[in-house]
Ligand binder design. Structure first.
Ligand code: GDP
Ligand code: IMO
Ligand code: MG
Length: 419
C-alpha cells in the first residue's frame, strides 16, 4: 500500500480538515506531518462542529490510529485542551492518538519569542498566529530543541532550563516586556498529561503499516504558498508544507507516496501579511468573506479574499506533484453574476505565467471571466451541477492537467461530490 497525501495548494484554510475527515473512513492510519497549533482544521458532521489544531482529522473515525508525526511542533498545552474537549464529547483520544518521539516541543518561551519578533518587525510583520511555530522550528534546525521523547529523560528539567535560559538571552535583544514564568506551571502539567499517551518511533510504525498493506493518509497543514522554500518568503510559515514535507515529516520514502490530493478553494483567501495578487478590496471581496465566513479558525482574524489564482495553483500542482484536485467552497461563488480566474500576471507591462521570485513585485492579474451559477449546496452528483459551473471545473482541469475528483458544496461532511 502507498501513503496518500492531503495538502493545501494556496495560503492555508483550503478545507483540508474536511477532506481528511471524509477520506479517513478508508484509511486505518492518519498522520499529520508538519506545522503545529498554527493550524485550525474545521470538521462538521451530524450537526456538530470541531476545530483541530495538532490532532489529525481522522480522530472521529472508529478504530483509526492518528499519528502526530516527527515533522510536527507540538504545544503540550494546546494538545491537552484539544484532547480534553474531544474526550468530553466521548472521543477516545488515548486509544486513537500516537505521538512521534521525534516531534519537537513548543515551549511558552517560544510563544514569547514569536510575539517579540513580530513586535520588532513592526509594519513588515509576518502576521504570525503567534503560537511559537517559527522559534520552535528555529530551535529544531539550530539543534537546540526539546523533543517529545525527551520528556522521559531523567535530566529533562535541566535541559528545559538550559533552553529557557537561551531563550531569555535572545529576548534581551528585544525591547519586549514579558513574565518569564508565563504558563510554565500549566505547560509542565500538560507535559504530565501528555505522558498518558503512547510515544512511538513513528517512522518505524508507519513503514511497518505500509509494508503490511495498511492505508496511510498523510495530513498537511497550511498550504504550498506558505511553504518555507516555495511560498512567498518571508511571508510564510517555518515548515515544509509541500508534498516532500510528508516524507521528511513522517520518515517515508518518495517511493511510498501514492495519491497526492491537492486541496484548493474555488477562490482564494489569505490571513496574515504577504503578496496576494488577486486580492479584492471591494464589495465582491467583502461578499466572499461574508458568504464564505472567512474568519480565521484559530485567530478569528478576517481572511483576505480574492479570485482564484491559476498561476499560483499551477505552481503548487507542479511543486507538489498533485494527482487529484479537491475544489472546496464552490457554493460560496453561487449567486455571482460573473466569476473570474487569474490566468497570468502582468508585471512591468509584460505578461508572465509563473510565480515571480520577487515577493514585492507589483502584480496585475490577467483575468478570464466565467458565467456564474446558482445554488449548489444540495447537489449530489457532478452531472446535476449547472453547466456554467462544470465549465469552470473543466477549465481548471485543462489548465492544471489534473482531474478535480472531489467537489465540496458546503461545510458538512455530506455536502461533497466524489467523482
Ligand atoms: P483547513 O485549515 O484547510 O482545514 O480549513 P479551515 O477549517 O481553516 O477553513 C475552511 C472553512 O471552510 C471551514 O470553516 C470549513 O468548515 C469550511 N468549508 C469547508 N468546505 C466548505 C464548502 O465546500 N463550503 C462552505 N461553505 N464551507 C466549507
Ligand atoms: P491551516 O492548517 C492559514 C499563516 C499566518 C501567517 C503565516 C505564518 O489551518 O491551513 P505562523 O503562525 O506559522 O508563524 O504564521 O502563516 N498561517 C496560516 N494561514 N491557515 C493556516 O493553517 C496557517 N498557519 C499559519 O497567518 O501569515
Ligand atoms: Mg485552517
Amino acid at each position: 500500500m502507498k501513503a496518500d497525501i492531503i495538502l493545501g495548494l494556496q495560503w492555508g484554510d483550503e478545507g483540508k480538515g474536511k477532506v481528511v475527515d471524509l477520506l479517513a473512513s478508508s484509511y486505518p492510519v492518519i498522520a499529520r506531518f508538519q506545522g503545529g497549533p498554527n493550524a485550525g482544521h474545521s470538521i462538521h458532521f451530524e450537526g456538530k462542529s470541531y476545530v483541530l489544531r495538532s490532532i489529525p482529522s481522522g480522530i472521529f473515525r472508529d478504530g483509526a490510529i492518528n499519528v502526530i508525526g516527527n515533522g510536527v511542533v507540538l504545544d503540550p498545552m494546546t494538545f491537552r485542551s484539544e484532547c480534553e474537549a474531544l474526550e468530553a464529547q466521548g472521543v477516545p483520544v488515548r486509544e486513537r492518538i500516537l505521538i512521534s518521539r521525534k516531534a519537537h516541543l513548543i515551549l511558552p518561551t517560544h510563544r514569547i519569542l514569536d510575539a517579540a519578533s513580530e513586535a520588532a518587525k513592526g509594519k513588515s510583520k509576518i502576521g504570525s498566529t503567534l503560537k511559537g511555530i517559527g522559534p520552535a522550528y528555529m530551535d529544531k534546525t539550530g539543534r537546540n530543541g526539546l523533543r517529545v521523547g525527551d520528556v522521559e529523560a531523567e535530566d529533562f528539567m535541566t535541559r528545559l532550563e538550559t533552553l529557557r535560559k537561551k531563550h531569555f538571552s535572545v529576548l534581551r535583544q528585544y525591547d519586549y516586556q514579558y513574565d518569564p514564568q508565563t504558563d510554565l506551571a500549566a505547560w509542565l502539567s500538560a507535559i504530565d498529561y501528555m505522558k498518558g499517551f503512547r510515544f512511538i518511533d513513528s517512522e518505524y510504525f508507519i513503514n511497518e503499516e505500509l509494508r503490511k498493506g495498511t492505508g496511510v493518509l498523510c495530513e498537511g497543514a497550511q498550504g504550498t504558498m506558505l511553504d518555507v522554500d516555495f511560498g512567498s518568503y518571508p511571508f510564510v510559515t517555518s515548515s515544509s508544507t509541500v508534498c516532500a514535507g510528508a516524507c521528511t515529516g513522517l520518515g517515508i520514502s518518495p517511493h511510498e507516496v501514492g495519491e497526492v490530493y491537492g486541496i484548493f478553494k474555488a477562490y482564494c483567501t489569505r490571513v496574515g501579511s504577504g503578496p496576494f495578487p488577486t486580492e479584492l478590496f471591494d464589495e465582491t471581496g467583502e461578499e466572499l468573506r461574508r458568504k464564505g465566513f472567512e474568519f480565521g479558525a484559530v485567530t478569528k482574524r478576517p481572511r483576505r479574499t480574492g479570485w482564484l489564482d491559476l498561476v499560483a495553483l499551477k505552481y503548487a500542482v507542479m511543486v507538489d506533484g498533485v494527482t487529484a484536485l479537491s475544489m472546496m467552497k464552490s457554493d460560496v461563488l453561487s449567486g455571482f453574476d460573473k466569476v473570474k480566474v487569474a490566468v497570468a500576471y502582468r508585471i512591468g507591462g509584460k505578461e508572465y505565467r509563473h510565480v515571480p521570485y520577487d515577493t514585492y513585485a507589483e502584480i496585475e492579474p490577467v483575468y478570464r471571466e466565467f458565467d456564474g451559477w446558482g445554488d449548489l449546496t444540495c447537489a449530489s452528483s457532478y452531472e446535476s451541477l449547472p453547466s456554467s459551473f462544470k465549465e469552470y471545473v473543466e477549465f481548471i482541469e485543462a489548465e492544471t492537467g489534473v482531474p478535480v475528483k472531489i467537489i465540496s458544496v458546503g461545510p458538512d461532511r455530506s455536502q461533497t461530490i466524489v467523482r
